[in-house]
Design a protein. Structure first.
Length: 288
């Protein structure tokens, strides 16, 4: 715990906790819509924004927010109009985004270390200005997902029913797209664009094993995200490992523990439940 006396480690912990709270709050809607991998696609587009920022000597995070938002809105428009399948659209994001990012970073004066910091995260290099951006945008995402939960759940569960009910379906879909872009972008410095999708999905998948309702699943997923973020930073600080990878590994470890305990509980419950003995129906005649 002595390491957390240093300001850079305090910033790393706060930034990770904000991401750990916001990512599952958004991820539960993406899982509901079967778009669990969209975070990877948007992350690759954000990498193009990072390259553009480094090339133009502008803030890579802010430029990435703009580029990722435009990419997410484009993919939502393509999906809504049905001209391209969701898988093909995500593939275009994957390949085009990472190719553009690598090309632009290569044209800039930045080294490969700068690119790796955004690919895999670099919590220990978060500056006060970066932390402010992460905190403001992350908390805004979390609050928005909570406040608009009924409407967003309706759209993700049954889009046609939501449209008939009078909800602004297109606006809500655009909101989810923009929220995904913002979350991916601010999480680049925490877990990296290659790992952020895991933090959106894994806590939700873990919570679904032990909860039933949407509200309880969302609360449990956010709690698990906080645990994974906090414990991951602690492990990284003590074991000298990559913070982003440690956070994701803690999330996956939580999934494994919950899965094993859940399976053991179901087996134990079946063994404790006595087998029902058949009794003759009232109309049955027992012959001797």
């Amino acid at each position: 715990m002595e390491l957390f006396q240093y300001p850079y480690m305090q910033r790393a912990l706060i930034g990770a906790l904000v991401i750990g709270l916001a990512a599952p709050a958004l991820g539960i809607y993406l899982v509901q819509r079967r778009l669990a991998l969209i975070g990877d696609g948007v992350g690759h587009v954000a990498l193009t924004g990072v390259g553009a920022g480094l090339l133009l000597n502008r803030s890579p995070v802010l430029v990435a927010v703009v580029v990722a938002t435009l990419g997410a809105i484009t993919i939502e428009l393509v999906r809504a109009r049905g001209r391209t399948s969701g898988d093909l659209a995500l593939a275009l994001l994957f390949y085009g985004g990472i190719a553009g990012g690598v090309t632009l970073v290569g044209l800039s004066d930045s080294t490969s270390a700068s690119l790796n910091a955004y690919l895999f995260g670099s919590l220990s290099t978060i500056m006060p200005a970066d932390l402010t951006t992460i905190a403001v945008l992350g908390l805004a995402i979390g609050v928005t997902m909570l406040v608009l939960r009924p409407a967003l759940f309706a759209v993700c569960h049954d889009e046609e029913y939501a449209r008939v009910s009078g909800l602004p379906v297109r606006t809500l879909n655009m909101l989810l797209a923009v929220a995904t872009a913002v979350t991916v972008t601010i999480a680049m410095r925490a877990v990296g664009v290659l790992l952020i999708s895991a933090l959106m999905v894994v806590p939700v998948a873990t919570a679904q094993q032990v909860t039933r309702g949407f509200r309880s699943t969302m609360a449990a997923a956010m709690a698990l995200g906080l645990f994974a973020a906090g414990s991951g930073v602690w492990v990284a600080a003590n074991a000298d490992t990559a913070p982003g990878a440690s956070v994701v590994l803690m999330a996956i470890a939580s999934f494994g523990v919950v899965a094993v305990l859940g399976a053991a509980w179901r087996v134990l419950r079946r063994r404790r439940t006595p087998a029902a003995t058949p009794t003759p129906e009232p109309h049955e005649v027992v012959l001797h």
